[in-house]
Design a protein around this ligand. Structure first.
Ligand code: MTE
Ligand code: HPA
Ligand code: MOS
Length: 775
């Protein structure tokens, strides 16, 4: 693995930004001293809530008898929907998401009542004693069933350019097929948790592990019938979120706040891992049906695709996820004639939600699958078919949704990786190995990515910040973003330090707090640094203007003559150290703090026509993976990975490489070992690490070469950096297609192996069996 220290100095800019500094909490993470919500010392009188869950996938509730629950040791109260003074709803967009089920239940695991007890275990034990009578209703459990029955969460999205069917008909070759890719549990190490503390005059203070404090504030206020200014939501850090705490933290925040308001006691809701997996939504699994027409050189003439996801019982974020899937079906390829349908089936399962990539991985993997098919059909190297279809720089550069790709670096990025990874020679070596080995088979794949950066809801692309300079020169920055391990607070502190020309040690980022910066967007869509970094820079610049004015008033010159670097301000021959400057400013009654704001420019999006410019810019990347499978057992090993990823002009190469490596391994888990399995009654049976296999340290390749592409953002982003949180998820496509390549070798690459995701050993073996002997 790359060490940040190995990065060439030329890639680092001056000042605190651009440096591979360690995460601001690294010393706390590794020593166990970082405070997560469950580590906050509890107030006297704290109570604990647990949830009673539905045992039926779809049923009318005939009666609820909670007498045994109430009688259980330690129980203080039991709450149902009837106890909610305001709205019984925690849906982020559509109001179809009850906090506690009322009248009907819609999935196994749906919370029906909350039991509040004087210990955590007493609450959990009592939550199992509810006696609920149901009348079963027909349940829809899979996206296929939903599609058959026309059960969608919203009208299917349809984007069309040119004449796809005609283009397919006119092409020399055609193929059609279908496949599916499974969902994924976020598996944040810190489970969902909220700690609500009632305050005077009906106020409510909630510590909530959430990516979206403002949304939590709104939901709690609605549920308790309070104005927003009575509710304060705070989060110092999450132990991971990965999209699973964008909307889905809402139910637990509301239950904690509801119980705290009713009982006038502090109440904590902390989910056990199994309950967390049974209750909360995951990445959407998708089914795809496609048809493509193409030429002998691999050029795609026309393509149609229908993608149907498992939405779950409520809308949640399934709409924006379907939109992002639709806007990423093109990935790095120009598709002249294309017809894309994207829909979310309403199923009686957990309500699926955001997960790193937010539909983009699911959209883009479809075109990669199609290209993989085309290459095998034509007997070409898939890399050549990919390159044949890349977006052009000056032509063939408009996406199906009408946005011009202006910052395309995919050609040079892939060319560099092809060379540094020794792709062509290794392709020959793999073919030779497979000739010589009957049982062990190797596979190789290089896959590219292009990822659009911005929320696909335009007005979410705004942020605010506060910068305070205290009289001792120390600086506190607060902003609307949340820290979930990705290093946002480190980058924001670097940005402020860089702007003020001072060492990073002067600056500290504080907990996100709805009473400091209001009306924030979720820290999501990878845009945390882009948005909040610009807002923090704006705040720091406003203070600088005041400081400069003070110096100009004293020494003459203009504002532009003042510079800030190396912990001092300079104006002509005058130099003031940072502490002197700050002290002088205070004594001269200059305001030493400021707010800042940012709204991403250039965006427009028409939700009806699905056209516009939904993204400020694109991130790019590519990866080469080499795998070895055992064709008798389906077991496999990832031998080597080479990644080249575009983070623009990186603000912190150490953090960015960490994000790339983390996303790669996380997506590898999604595409290989992480299998969600519901039984025929609709019960999720893989609800703990015993049955749900996330990657471990020894699943990482021994040879893992991750490099950042030498680039700067063509758009005016913060210090010309690019967002990095989600895009590298797509890099792990290379693992999936390397596996498919290895499988195809058992039939001399003449057949397209029917491989669905996750490509578990079992599925790999099934695919081998399916094609063996057919050729
Ligand atoms: N990295 C860590 N360590 N933990 C996380 O939960 N979430 C990812 C990504 N990287 C996540 C992470 C997701 S889903 C997103 S959208 C971004 O971080 C959000 O943070 P950013 O916008 O600051 O990159
Ligand atoms: N990503 C994450 N969350 C979102 C998005 C997005 O693109 N759009 C709306 N909510
Ligand atoms: Mo990330 S899925 O946008 O929280």
């Amino acid at each position: 693995m790359n060490k940040p220290a190995n990065l060439p100095e030329s890639r680092l800019s001056q000042g605190a930004a651009g440096r591979a500094v360690t995460h601001e909490s690294a010393h706390l993470h590794v020593s166990g001293e970082a405070t997560y919500i469950d580590d906050v010392p509890e107030l006297q009188g704290t109570l604990y809530a647990a949830l009673g869950m539905s045992q039926q996938a779809h049923a009318r509730i005939l009666s609820i008898d909670l007498s045994e629950v109430l009688a259980a040791p330690g129980v203080v109260a039991v709450l149902t929907a009837a106890d909610i003074p305001g709205a019984n709803d925690c849906g982020p967009i559509v109001h179809d998401d009850p906090i506690l089920a009322e009248g009907v239940v819609q999935y196994i695991g749906q919370p029906i009542f909350a039991v509040i007890a004087d210990t955590y275990h007493a609450a959990r034990r009592a939550a199992r004693l509810g006696s609920i009578a149901y009348e079963a209703l027909p349940a829809i459990l899979t996206p296929e069933q939903a599609k058959q029955q026309g059960a969608f969460l919203f009208p299917p999205l349809h984007l069309r350019r040119g004449e796809a069917e005609q283009a397919i008909g006119g092409a020399e070759h055609r193929l059609k097929g279908e496949f599916s890719i499974g969902g994924q549990e976020q598996f944040y190490l810190e489970g969902q948790i909220s700690y609500a503390m009632p305050k005077e005059d009906n106020g409510m203070h909630v510590l909530c592990s959430t990516q979206h404090p403002t949304e939590m504030q709104n939901l709690i206020a609605h549920c308790l019938n309070l104005p927003n200014h009575q509710v304060k939501v705070e989060i110092r850090r999450m132990g991971g979120a990965f999209g699973g705490k964008e909307s889905q933290s809402g139910l637990f925040a509301c239950v904690a706040a509801l119980a705290a308001a009713r009982l006038k006691r502090p109440v904590k809701v902390r989910l056990d891992r199994d309950d967390d997996m049974m209750i909360t939504g995951k990445r959407h699994c998708f089914n795809y049906e496609y048809e493509a027409g193409f030429e002998p050189d691999g050029l795609i003439r026309g393509v149609t695709v229908e993608m149907c996801s498992r939405g779950g019982f409520s809308t949640d974020l399934s709409g924006p996820v379907a939109t992002r899937a639709l806007c990423h079906f093109d990935n790095a390829y120009f598709l002249s004639d294309v017809d894309i349908r994207s829909m979310a089936g309403k199923t009686n399962t957990q309500s699926n939600t955001a997960f790193r990539g937010f539909g983009a991985p699911q959209g883009a993997i479809a075109i990669e699958y199609i290209i993989d098919d085309i290459a095998r059909e034509l007997g070409l190297d898939p890399l050549d078919v990919r390159k044949r279809n890349f977006y052009g720089k000056l032509e063939r550069n408009i996406t199906p949704y009408g946005m011009t790709v202006e910052d395309n670096v995919i050609h040079e990025l892939v060319a560099e990786l092809e060379q540094t990874s020794d792709y062509r020679a290794r392709r020959q070596a793999v073919l030779a190995f497979n000739q010589d080995n009957a049982v062990l088979k190797k596979g190789l794949a290089l896959t590219p990515l292009k990822f659009g950066i911005s929320f696909n809801v335009v007005h979410f692309n705004q942020a605010g910040a506060l910068v305070h300079i205290y009289t001792d020169g120390s600086v506190l920055v607060n902003h609307g973003g949340t820290e979930m391990g990705q290093g946002l607070n480190t980058k924001i502190a670097q940005i402020v330090a860089n702007e003020l020309g001072i060492d990073l040690s002067w600056v500290r980022s504080t907990a996100t707090d709805t009473s400091k910066v209001p009306n924030t967007s979720a820290t999501a869509a990878s845009s945390g640094t882009d948005l909040n970094g610009k807002a923090a820079q704006d705040a720091a610049r406003q203070i600088k203007v005041r400081l400069s004015q003070m110096l100009v008033d004293r020494y003459g010159g203009t504002l532009d003559d003042v510079s800030y670097a190396d912990n001092q301000a300079c104006l002509h021959e005058h130099r003031l150290s940072w502490p002197d400057l700050v002290r002088t400013a205070y004594e001269r009654r200059v305001q030493l703090w400021s707010d800042g704001f940012y709204a991403t420019p250039k965006l427009n999006w028409d939700r009806e026509t699905l056209k516009g410019r939904p993204f400020f810019y694109f991130s790019y990347g590519a990866a080469v993976s080499e795998v070895q499978i055992d064709s008798l057992t389906g077991e496999w090993k990832l031998l080597r990975v080479d990644v080249l990823h575009d983070a623009g002009k990186s603000i912190n190469p150490a953090l960015d490489i960490g994000q790339v490596e983390g996303a790669f391994i996380q997506a590898m888990g999604w595409l290989t070992t992480e299998e969600l399995w519901w039984n025929n009654a609709g019960k999720l049976m893989t609800h703990a690490p015993s049955t749900y296999k996330i990657p471990a340290v020894n699943d990482c390749p021994d040879d893992f070469n991750v490099k950042l592409f030498n680039n700067r953002n063509a758009e005016d982003t913060i210090f010309r950096s690019k967002a990095v949180g989600e895009p590298p998820m797509l890099l792990a496509f290379s693992v999936f297609f390397a596996l498919r390549d290895a499988i195809a070798s058992v039939a001399q690459y003449t057949l397209n192996p029917p491989l669905n995701g996750p490509a578990t050993s079992e599925r790999i073996l099934q695919a081998i069996t399916a094609i063996r002997g057919l050729q």
